[in-house]
Each structure stands twice: as C-alpha cells, then as structure tokens.
Write a protein of this length. Structure first.
Length: 157
C-alpha cells in the first residue's frame, strides 16, 4: 500500500463531539444530481427552456406544495416579468441575468414541515446590517401573496 493511500480518510469521519458524520443525506445527493442534470440539459439545448422545466417540476410536487408553487409562479411572473423561470437544484427558481434571485423549496424536497420561499444575494433586499432571506410557508393567503409580490418587486429593482 502506498503512503498516500495509507493517509487517506474514508468519507465517514468523527467530529469533536464523537458523532459520526455520514456525508450528505439522500435528499441532498438527489438535489445535487438534479442540478448536474439541469446544467447538462441546458448545455445540450443551448438556452434552456426554463419555464417548461419549472412547470414540470411543479407538476411533480405533492399537494399542498404544488398549489403554493403554482400560485407563487403567477405572483412572480406578474410582479417581476423580467425574471426568467428555471429550475435550480430541482426547485422552481427565477433568475435575472443568469443569477438566481428567488426560489421555492417544496416541504417534501427535504422532508421538512414547511415549504420555503427564499432569495439569493442577487436580490436587492439589503436593509441595514441584517435582513431576512427566506420565509417558511405553510399556506398562502392574500396577505402573504401581497408581501411576496412586494418583496419580489423590490428584489429586482
């Protein structure tokens, strides 16, 4: 056995607290595979047909996430028509100049108790030294829809 092989560690490691780290969860590995597939598909097609990919991902979602994602899609298209729909790590996302501004993460995606609507650093939401970048969603009411519409408009301003 070479000296290099003898010093390599396995993917399994132990933290200072004695807990074993097993690596990425199955859901995280699936999201990374989806992202690789998205990039490969975009390269094959040239400019990706992001909206049809996004709508297909939404159609795969279980309820109530599907209904929320459909409603968010309508709100985002109405509030910021300059954003381009696409998928990002298997999630519906909206980009400006190729950079993801906002995204929707289904609760089912990572077995969470709530869905998430979030913004990336390309969003113009800076307020002072601290501001929210994601929001938990259990359901969408008229009040939440109005807040989301205003945030998306501000994010692309």
């Amino acid at each position: 056995m070479s000296a290099k092989k003898a010093t390599q560690k396995s993917a399994k490691s132990t933290t200072s607290t004695g807990k074993t780290f097993e690596g990425f969860t199955a859901e995280e590995r699936a999201a990374m595979k989806e992202r690789a597939q998205e990039l490969n598909a975009a390269a094959r097609r040239g400019k990706a047909d992001g909206e049809s990919d996004l709508l297909a991902k939404i159609a795969e979602m279980p309820e109530p996430d599907r209904a929320m994602a459909e409603r968010l899609h309508a709100i985002i298209k109405a509030s910021a028509p300059a954003l381009s729909p696409k998928t990002w790590y298997g999630m519906p996302a909206y980009a400006k100049d190729g950079k993801v501004v906002c995204f929707f993460q289904s609760a089912a995606k990572f077995n969470s108790r709530y869905a998430t609507f979030g913004f990336n650093d390309a969003a113009n939401l800076d307020e002072g030294h601290m501001w929210p970048t994601s929001f938990a969603l259990k359901e969408l009411t008229t009040a939440e829809e109005a807040k989301i519409g205003a945030l998306v408009k501000k994010a692309v301003s």
